[in-house]
Design a protein around this ligand. Structure first.
Ligand code: NAD
Length: 280
């Protein structure tokens, strides 16, 4: 159901690769809510994914960019402002990649050049984006910026590797820049900490299917899907959340407040047999 929450609003969505991507779902929901957007991803992602079909569906343009390159980012902001005929109102950073995870190097045997890339792509790119946006004065007052995070920033989860360090940094950047951009331009900056989700990046996490089963059992509302995440992000882009800033907002069905649930306990306790759906 659409409510016209983003009518007249313009923005940029970074990180849509294919239909599974969280950013893809956000782009579709922005369009449904009456907002306009431009899309950006790396030249490699444009070859690998099918972003062109989304751009056609949403009647917009794709601006190729490596989010670690200030020059590329400048180009995305300038082209987007030209396309929109003015400044933007919302910005989504939905970018993550770890060469250490890709090469299956464990956390106690990291390659430090890879670690630098992990941090640059998955966290520092967010700072670069904000710094460039501010230099170009690209975001309207009361604009909203969101980046995607994960609970591994606060708690250790097997297999998440150096992405945990990147997410901790990402969330810190949201707070530090949120102060400066909020003070000067009333622009709010938040991170959304999403449930494990089966996307291209998500599938790279070691033991992803078992992790999703665990978090589903632990979360009273169940895992949050990519579409549900998009719904939440729309609310953050809308004028209904103008005083929410510098927060890491959990969108995880309640997982982050749980210690142990009946459904998770059930897996370990044979005496609880036959009652997997009990409400205790
Ligand atoms: N899938 C999950 O379980 C999950 C959970 C919590 C948070 N997140 C976060 O959500 C965000 C989106 O991931 P997703 O799950 O939709 O997967 P995805 O693979 O669809 O998206 C990741 C995107 O990052 C882009 N990217 C990689 N390197 C880049 C670079 N140098 N410059 C620009 N873009 C680059 C990729 O091209 C891709 O589009 C990521 O920050 C991820 O860490 C994912």
């Amino acid at each position: 159901m659409a409510f016209g929450l983003l009518k007249g609003k313009k923005g940029i969505i970074f990180g849509a690769l294919n239909e599974q991507s969280i950013a893809w779902k956000v782009a579709e929901r922005v369009h449904e809510e009456g907002g306009r957007l431009t899309l950006s991803n790396t030249p490699l992602a444009l070859r690998m994914g099918n972003l062109e079909s989304l751009a056609q569906q949403l009647d917009t343009i794709i601006i190729p960019a490596d989010a670690t390159s200030m020059q590329d980012l400048k180009n995305v902001f300038l082209q987007s402002m030209e396309f929109h005929g003015g400044k933007i109102d919302f910005l989504l950073h939905s970018i993550g990649m770890s060469p250490n995870v890709r090469k299956k190097l464990p956390y106690d045997n990291l390659d430090y050049e890879y670690l630098k890339q992990t941090l640059d792509i998955s966290a520092i790119s967010f700072h670069k984006m904000l710094q460039m946006a501010r230099k170009l004065d690209a975001i309207n007052e009361w604009g909203s910026v969101v980046a995607l995070s994960y609970i591994a920033a606060q708690r250790t989860l097997y297999g998440y590797n150096d992405m945990a360090d990147a997410k901790a940094m990402l969330e810190s950047i949201a707070r530090s820049f949120g102060y400066i951009y909020g003070r000067d331009k009333k622009i709010r900056i938040n991170t959304v900490s999403q449930s494990p989700t089966l996307t291209t990046a998500g599938s790279g996490v070691k033991g992803m299917e078992n992790l999703m089963d665990f978090t589903e059992r632990m979360s009273p509302l169940g895992n949050a899907s990519a579409s549900e995440c998009a719904d939440y992000i729309i609310s953050l882009f809308s004028d209904l959340t103008r005083k929410v800033s510098m927060q890491n907002l959990y969108h995880d069905g309640g997982f982050s407040s749980m210690g142990m649930s009946y459904k998770a306990m059930y897996v370990y306790n044979k005496s609880l047999e036959g009652c997997e759906d009990c409400d205790d």
